[in-house]
Design a protein around this ligand. Sequence first.
Ligand code: C5P
Length: 234
Amino acid sequence: MSKISAIIPAAGSGTRMGGDRSKQYLAIGERPILIETLMVFNESPHIDEIILLSPPADIDLMKKLLKKYDLAKVTKVVKGGKERQDSISNALDALDRSSSIVLVHDGVRPFISDKIIKELIDAVNQYGAAIAAVPVKDTVKKVSNRSISGISIIETVPRENLWLAQTPQAFRAKLIIGAYANAREKGIRGTDDASLLEAIGVDVKIVMGSYENIKITTPEDLVFAEAILKERSR
Ligand code: C5P
């Protein structure tokens, strides 16, 4: 039977949060951010297995957390690499042949909904590749490099066709495996997974994400996260 697999990268050091512990272990509400994220996928009827990427030094800690929170769909805990792309590459190597669809979702985006997960899987079944994204709300400026006299605006970029890429990003397994193999061969580095598929000419569709689907990266994001959680628990 073909499986739908979720890869959750959680192998970053999280240095932008300050402090010496990775941001994903910080609690929002009662549970660590990463656990909140994993729970959405663990409880989704659309997901068959989860592959979790861990900092190499935290594998035992991860296994303890998985047990504590009864996250039974996590079938593999894989060591992360130097950068996110290296981590995902390790997870793809650990994928077995029965996976037909792969979703990649950052461990630090706990507010993802099962509705978006389902819409992405539907889009992949129809088109092969799709990501969650939201329209840009602010005015976007292209600027110069910083010089002694500061940073200058080069141009205002029309925003009507600009969207912010989020995760999950979902693909037919063969497409993402092929895109990562191509990137490795040609030395392509991307800041998301879709860009590696774009590089081999795959048409990647957009599914409406959510402005609540924030990536918790810096201390002020934690304040937003607590607010979203509070609003949801009402
Ligand atoms: O670095 P960035 O904030 O884009 O990280 C997004 C996600 O990728 C985080 O969940 C982080 O733990 C993960 N990551 C990883 N391996 C790395 C770097 C980041 O799994 N080497």
